[in-house]
Design a protein around this ligand. Structure first.
Ligand code: NAD
Length: 761
């Protein structure tokens, strides 16, 4: 075989009277321009060779075709028609065509298999049409053929959920015709030879009708109503219902036209564009800029967690869920007992809900060993501190970990905002140190911000990225600054939230408006869940580090609630009251906010529109994102979108704050920031516009497309991204960014204000 032949990802060879069409396009045999062209050519070669009695379509490597090239949807002239025409020719063949599936047959891969006359799968295969996750419907007649194979009900369920079926379930549903043990090529060949010997006729799904027996007459009307009401922000859901209804009620050709029109609308929809952007953002985030090549992660078989509070107990659960034995260290027996009891209660609740087997509860509890003895951490390969957000305490804890942990062990902090460089120094082994900023709840949240200190060793970074994947999370690398990417931006968002409260907007309205905008949770509810104490300590600690503006009204609400002992859900009252665990609007909070507004000379507003509330929160968020990029804290615009959609409840169908900035238009964002600077005044520079944002608004460029000037030496690709392509990246700046020198006098009023209602150890 020549080199040129090897480059073509599709081949056709003869095996007796059978043609073997093989797709060999590592790593997952994804459909690409070259694959589709190769398929076209080899199907034509089969058509032209009348000496072949049948065709077996199979894939080399670890999987059948596992999807399509998502970038193709961005091509201005994208259409599925050429691929669909190939599938139509396969189905129209008078000679038998069989697909043998292994690995995962997804999207365009399953659609290829559905065009074949018969499909067989080796055990362990999984099939699905997950296009909805990208805001699309299956566009190569999957919406028309799958209902004809397995019935409208199951087809709709599979397409709306995007879930996969295993081989046994696919067989029971009629999606595959047989399970064939063994190696896919030999097993498929054996099956096809049997069909040929038995003179089995071609079976074409397009000629069948979709089984609808047993479905109520208003099945599709109700499904459409659910899709439009419950998933109004995901238009692909309604499109899928309409396409499946067409499959069940119209001739195939008419259904094909319906699917094509709906697909075109979905591809062009802002929601699908945003979801596709996040698909790429997630893959890009796995590539760590500036890592030397050949780095391997450190061994990680045992872990420790210090602090069994809100975060520590759940970090321990997340590690145990991934099979890691965890040593959980607390400062007091009571806190340890409470933490462990809470872990058990959560596992038992999961078992009661059917998510865990009883023996899994016992096994996971058995992986978590609680102790008051730091010495028990000596054998751990990773220790994450999750003690109270207090710099002095964390410095002590980190110093102790530096002495206790064995050489080569990684020491990490879950701090929300504190200076990771200071903690790295305190531990005495800054090269072994990094931030691992889990979001609350740590065992459920998708995001970990991996904070890279100036001395963090490359293999520590790589181990952190591997760990995140092992825990089923998305890791985004960030540089050091107050709050990293997520909480630094959240600070601007929360600052404005509190000013709005002091201007007379109620917590309930503020939350309702932001939830209607798409946020998973409004800012007040978010702080109540996280703990007002943690939220307030962030502000107080930032004050101690000299970072706060000299504005006595700055985050005055959270500091006051803290001082009053209103710690949020955990104490039964924060922004809301929680008489039965559920939030109830509390007039007392509004009274507190009004009093603070008066005390700080903030005018009450009665004309506040929902639009202003949204802009007052979202524009500063975008402005801060631009500042993080120009400072080099975030290496890529898409990383910011990943952080906010995976960790901060920003709606994925809006693509993240940066993507949203471009959708709104940077000139409009800039004009809005200027308008609010005039309206609110700008004595503390809150509304100062990022020079980067201003420049891009001026030049008409997109913030999403911005990239930092290339580094002097091109960084090699990170081994943490399987199958990743080498890419150039901007280095993360390690210049001190937002931790100003200690200037305690500046904020003496804020710092000395609230008194913590409980000991901080
Ligand atoms: P928490 O107050 O609920 O828990 C802190 C725990 O640390 C307490 O159980 C306390 O007894 C224990 N502790 C204190 N001193 C200790 C010591 N010397 N040794 C061992 N244990 C000690 O606080 P939290 O909300 O879990 O926050 C912990 C850390 O996680 C903070 O840095 C916080 O900023 C960060 N964080 C919190 C959230 C959140 O939503 N709560 C989210 C992300 C990150």
């Amino acid at each position: 075989m020549s080199d040129a032949d090897k480059a073509v990802p599709v081949s056709l060879v003869r095996h007796g009277r059978i043609g073997l069409l093989c797709i060999d396009h590592p790593p997952v045999n994804a459909l690409s321009v070259a694959t589709v062209a190769g398929l076209d050519a080899k199907v034509a070669a089969f058509e032209a060779d009348s000496s072949l009695d049948g065709l077996l379509i199979w894939c080399a490597g670890r999987t059948f075709v596992a999807g399509g090239d998502i970038a193709q949807f961005d091509a201005p002239d994208f259409t599925a028609a050429p691929y669909n025409r190939i599938l139509a020719r396969i189905e129209a063949s008078e000679r038998l065509v069989v697909a043998v599936l292994h690995g995962t047959a997804l999207g365009g891969g399953l659609e290829l298999a559905l065009a074949c006359h018969y499909r067989v799968a080796v055990p362990g295969t999984r099939v699905g049409l997950p296009e909805i996750k990208l805001g699309l419907l299956p566009g190569s007649l999957g919406s028309q053929r799958l209902p004809r194979a397995c019935g409208a009900d199951l087809a709709l369920d599979l397409m709306l959920s995007g879930r996969m079926l295993d081989a046994e379930a696919a067989l029971a549903a009629g999606i595959v015709d047989a399970l064939v043990p063994g190696e896919p090529l030999a097993a498929g060949l054996h099956f096809l030879e049997g069909l040929l010997e038995g003179l089995a006729p071609p079976r074409r799904l397009s000629t069948l009708s979709a089984p609808v027996a047993g479905l109520p007459p208003d099945f599709f009307a109700r499904a459409l109503q659910r899709a439009t009401q419950e998933r109004a922000r995901y238009p692909a859901a309604a499109a899928i219902v309409q396409a499946v209804e067409a499959a069940a009620t119209l001739p195939f050709a008419e259904g094909e036209a319906v699917e094509a029109a709906l697909l075109a609308a979905c591809v062009a929809s802002p929601e699908s564009r945003a979801l596709r952007h996040l698909f790429f953002a997630e893959r890009q985030a796995a590539r760590v800029p500036g890592l030397p090549s050949g780095i391997t992660p450190r061994a990680l078989h045992t872990a420790g967690v210090v602090g069994a509070g809100t975060m520590g107990r759940r970090i321990a659960m997340s590690l145990a869920d991934a099979g890691l034995p965890v040593t959980l260290v607390e400062a007091s027996g009571a806190a340890l007992a409470e933490g462990l009891a809470s872990v058990r209660a959560q596992y038992e609740a999961s078992a009661a809900a059917g998510w865990l087997q009883p023996d899994q509860v016992a096994r996971r509890m058995g992986l978590i060993a609680g102790t008051l003895d730091y010495g028990a951490l000596a054998g751990c390969e990773l220790v994450i501190e999750a003690v109270v957000e207090d710099m002095a305490l964390k410095q002590q804890v980190c110093a102790r970990l530096g002495q206790t942990c064995k050489p080569g062990a990684i020491i990490a902090t879950n701090t929300s905002t504190l200076d990771v460089e200071v903690l790295a120094e305190a531990c005495g082994r800054p090269h072994d140190f990094a931030g691992l900023h889990f979001r609350n709840p740590a065992n459920g949240g998708r995001l970990i911000e991996v904070v890279r200190g100036s001395a963090t060793a490359p293999d520590v970074l790589m181990t952190a990225m591997h760990l995140a994947r092992r825990l089923g999370k998305v890791a985004v690398v960030t540089g050091v600054c107050f709050g990293f990417i997520g909480n630094r931006m959240a600070e601007a968002y929360l600052r404005e939230s509190e000013f709005l409260l002091m201007e007379g907007v109620s917590p309930a309205r503020l939350d309702a408006v932001m939830q209607a905008y798409g946020m998973a949770m409004g800012p007040c509810r978010m702080l109540d869940l996280a703990g007002i104490d943690t939220g307030a300590r962030i502000v107080l600690e930032y004050g101690k580090a000299g970072g706060l503006p000299p504005d006595p009204a700055y985050r005055a609400v959270v500091r006051t609630l803290f001082m009053l002992g209103r710690l949020g859900c955990k104490s039964g009252a924060g922004y809301y009251r929680y008489p039965d665990g559920e939030p109830v609007a509390d007039p007392e909070t509004e009274r507190i906010c009004a009093a603070l507004g008066r005390a700080h000379g903030i005018a009450r507003r009665t004309d506040m529109t929902d639009a202003e509330i949204i802009e007052r929160l979202i524009f500063p968020l975008i402005n801060e994102a631009a500042k993080l990029l120009e400072e080099g804290v975030a290496c890529r615009p898409a990383d910011i979108d990943m952080v906010w959609t995976a960790g901060y409840g920003f709606p994925d169908y809006l693509g993240g704050p940066v993507w949203q900035a471009d959708s709104i238009g940077l000139p409009r964002v800039k004009a809005g920031l200027e308008r609010y600077a005039r309206l609110r005044g700008n004595p503390y520079d809150y509304w100062d516009i990022s020079p980067l944002l201003a420049a891009l608004a001026q030049s008409g460029q997109r913030l999403s497309d911005w990239s930092a000037p290339p580094p002097a030496a091109e960084a090699p690709a990170d081994a943490a991204a399987p199958g990743g392509q080498a890419q150039g990246h901007a280095p993360i700046s390690h210049a001190p960014i937002s931790f100003p020198p200690d200037s305690r006098s500046v904020q003496s009023r804020i710092q000395s204000g609230p008194k913590p209602p409980q000991s901080v150890h």
